[in-house]
Design a protein around this ligand. Sequence first.
Ligand code: GLP
Length: 246
Amino acid sequence: MRVRVFETEERVARALAARIATRLSVQPDLVLGLPTGRTPIPLYRELVRLHRRGRADFSRATTFNLDEFVGLRRDDPRGYHGFMRRHLFDHVNLARRRIHLLNGAAPDLERECVRYERAVERAGGIDLQILGLGLNGHIGFNEPAPSLMAATHRTRLRQATRRANVALFGHRLHDVPTEALSMGMATILLARRIVLLATGASKARCVARMIRGSVTPRLPASFLQLHRDTEVWLDRPAASRLGAAL
Ligand code: GLP
């Protein structure tokens, strides 16, 4: 894993948005994997800004989001569909038919997961997967567990993860769904390139374990050590424990 440390989260966002814009100009039909959460918000803001200036053209690009809550309709503003619309999709020129999200309200969730895996395959796989990092080391909604799932699947959310998402649900923990659909570990690790973003001091310990600790399903992000082209982009606070003992 290659590690890049920036002074602030804005600088991380600016550099990654510029990287994506350049990739889009070289390969307009780029297939992007996208995360939700607090961390990528500055990145999406920056991508929208570049798009408005004519410097990021998404017209031929394809996107796949990592995950979605079970039980929320696509038009529910609390879900990740709504999040992505607000922060990116409504503001750039992505073609609707090339935007892919898991449908957590599908009548048959197992089939929905299979459909998603096939859609990723049909798109030729993911060229650049952007990831956030859960406080407990999850990526997508691949939660720490004795074993991990390779393919896109239905999963139960940890309490800590539900709490981390509570702001989307008007700060009512009770309203945060208990289950989600998530790309699997192999779906993520088959991406040709991966950039994991982590910002803020709260992520520092997890970042250090992910990079320097053992590869373990207790910290799903540690599996990124097995990927040949993964970069970890951090701000100073998130990198602050890299020199410390684990
Ligand atoms: C959620 C998402 C993850 C994301 C994580 C981190 O649980 N499912 O994909 O990486 O939150 O969120 P944040 O960036 O808000 O710390």
